[in-house]
Ligand binder design. Structure first.
Ligand code: BGC
Length: 341
């Protein structure tokens, strides 16, 4: 009798150990679930960034599962989507905030479930990021893009004195701004114009328009500016490529020759316009690099491995911007042609 009891007990013990091992194996093989919530999936730059994120995640041989959600510019919808992702068991959540001043609910919910958050592209203020040690930011330094845009424009104006159409020694310009309150809009405008002035270009601001990063809105706004100023506009500085392209659309439907137009991002349509010569220059906002860095950070946080991208202050990854002109694009193409030859 005693022997029988002992045999049953040892059988039970083996079963417990076996199921334990299987569970452990399953756990170590478990897919990393990454939730990604964007402020607006129709934003060209964000669509390119998330496209690159998916492509790179697909290279992880099925070990990464992505759950995407579009907040359609509503912070309330985004808070709900993040709650759902947490309930669904996401290991990490990447958030492109709708309102960068309102990350409170998301931080509290994530903290409760102990799930790290990587904010990207729309930067929250430092005090918010410091509210918990599992909050991170991936993006770029907006100041740098403004300085590069200013330098590109200054170099162009110096090489093309005819750009000063009325020959008054002053460049009359307009600015197309992204969203009010977005760190990139504020800093790009400020640093592009201050850099132009530092480069010795005298400026007069004719007007500005908020076009929310959007091509159609920029087209409508520039249509208005054209009726007020016509050919007096000698330079257009746009906070991103989509708005620069919207400005060019407005010129295309008018009889006025467009002045030099500069964007920021280097999106696919932006690069095509630079190659064709309609967009005078742009500044590459490295969507691919930011996507790769975000994925690497997400994987290192969920597996406990080392992240190959250095973190500033233990929380920030910022990818550099790069000036783009038709000349730099064609020399890049030649170089890559030379390599493949
Ligand atoms: C990009 C814009 C984009 C915005 C969205 C900026 O960094 O340059 O194209 O619309 O981010 O937050």
């Amino acid at each position: 009798m005693q022997k029988r009891i002992l045999r049953v007990l040892s059988l039970l013990l083996t079963l417990v150990l076996l199921t334990g091992c299987t569970a452990q194996r399953a756990r170590s093989k478990k897919k990393v679930r990454i939730g990604v919530s964007v402020y607006d999936s129709y934003d060209t730059f964000i669509a390119e960034l998330t496209g690159a994120f998916r492509e790179n995640a697909a290279l992880q041989q099925g070990s990464v599962q992505i759950e995407m959600s579009d907040a359609a510019r509503s912070q309330e919808l985004q808070d709900k989507a993040v709650r759902q992702m947490l309930d669904n068991g996401c290991d990490i959540i990447c958030v492109n905030l709708v309102d960068r001043t309102a990350p409170g609910k998301i931080i509290d919910m994530a903290k409760k479930k102990d799930v790290p958050i990587i904010f990207f592209n729309r930067e929250l203020v430092e005090e918010d990021l410091e509210r918990w040690n599992k909050l991170y930011y991936v993006g770029a330094d907006a100041r740098e893009s403004g300085v590069i845009q200013g330098r590109l424009a200054a170099a162009y104006l110096k090489a093309h004195p005819e750009a000063d159409r009325n020959r008054d020694g002053v460049i009359q310009y307009v600015v197309l701004e992204g969203e009010a309150g977005h760190q990139d809009a504020i800093l790009r405008t400020e640093y592009a114009t201050s850099t132009l002035r530092d480069e010795g270009i005298a400026l007069e601001k004719l007007g500005y328009a908020l076009a929310n990063w959007n091509r159609l809105q920029a087209q409508t706004q520039v249509r208005q500016l054209l009726t007020s100023y016509g050919s007096r506009i000698e330079l257009i500085l746009a906070n991103n490529d989509d708005m620069a392209l919207g400005a060019l659309d407005a010129y295309r439907e008018s009889a006025v020759t467009p002045p030099p137009v500069f964007g920021i991002d280097g999106t696919n349509p932006g690069l095509t316009a630079v190659r064709e010569g309609s967009l005078t220059g742009t500044v590459r906002n490295d969507s691919e690099g930011q996507a790769k860095a975000m994925l690497a950070l997400a994987l290192s946080l969920s597996t406990g491995g080392k992240c190959e991208y250095p973190l500033t202050e233990g929380r920030y990854i910022r990818l550099p911007y790069e000036p783009i002109t038709a000349a730099s694009l064609s020399s890049m193409t030649e170089r890559s042609g030379a390599v493949s030859r």
